[in-house]
Design a protein around this ligand. Structure first.
Ligand code: GRF
Length: 195
């Protein structure tokens, strides 16, 4: 069985879309793959309850608990790796996981970790993508599924979706339009990788 571990920090709507697609497309039987666990760095992430409702194992590795360590980021990533590796993942899926990863973490999952970013990469890597796209006068925006490499938001592209920017858009309305596409391309990109 190819185990999938999904990392979240918030609403988990991409995670939910992946779980629903895994169910509706019967990934267990068709792809020999299963969403094994959902792990959050935030104890109050809404997505944890959604995962539990689907009978998926959940865990929290709270990054704040490592604040007093000599190397908080490294210590957090090491603890997260232990939690992830309990599931022997074939694929680690970052779905709204709002952490900058250490080189050791990225190296450990090289070739088996992917992310979704709400812009047409390589444009607008980093935060506040929608606001920046509006300020730049973009007529189109979108989302990108990519492999995670040491270069933040710049790994090889696996899938993209494009949406129009409308005249009255705010960062919120544009984000919502992009998110509907994220929910389509992320599960599909994962299914392709597992095929
Ligand atoms: C998505 O837009 C994702 O691309 C970005 O953060 C948002 C997370 O949404 N990194 P959700 O937690 O999957 O609902």
């Amino acid at each position: 069985m190819k185990n999938i571990v999904i990392l979240i920090s918030g609403d988990g709507s991409n995670m939910a879309a992946i779980v629903q697609t895994a169910h509706s497309q019967n990934w267990t039987k068709r792809l020999n793959a299963k969403v094994n666990a959902v792990i959050s760095n935030k104890p109050d992430a809404k997505g944890l309850a959604i995962a539990k409702d689907h009978g998926i194992a959940t865990a929290v590795v709270d990054h704040k608990a490592f604040a007093n360590q000599a190397n908080p980021r490294e210590a957090f990533d090491a603890a997260l790796m232990v939690e992830i590796d309990k599931h022997q993942p074939h694929l680690v899926v970052l779905a709204g996981f709002m952490r900058i990863l250490t080189p050791a973490f990225v190296a450990h999952y090289e070739g088996r970790m992917i992310n979704i970013h709400p812009s047409l990469l390589p444009a607008f890597a980093g935060l506040n993508t929608h606001q920046r796209a509006l300020e730049a006068g973009c007529q189109f925006a979108g989302a990108t599924v990519h492999r995670v490499t040491a270069d933040l938001d710049h790994g090889p592209i696996l899938a993209q979706a494009v949406v129009p920017v409308l005249p009255d858009d705010t960062a919120e309305t544009l984000a919502a339009r992009v998110l509907t596409q994220e929910h389509l391309i992320y599960p599909n990109a994962i299914a392709q990788l597992l095929t």
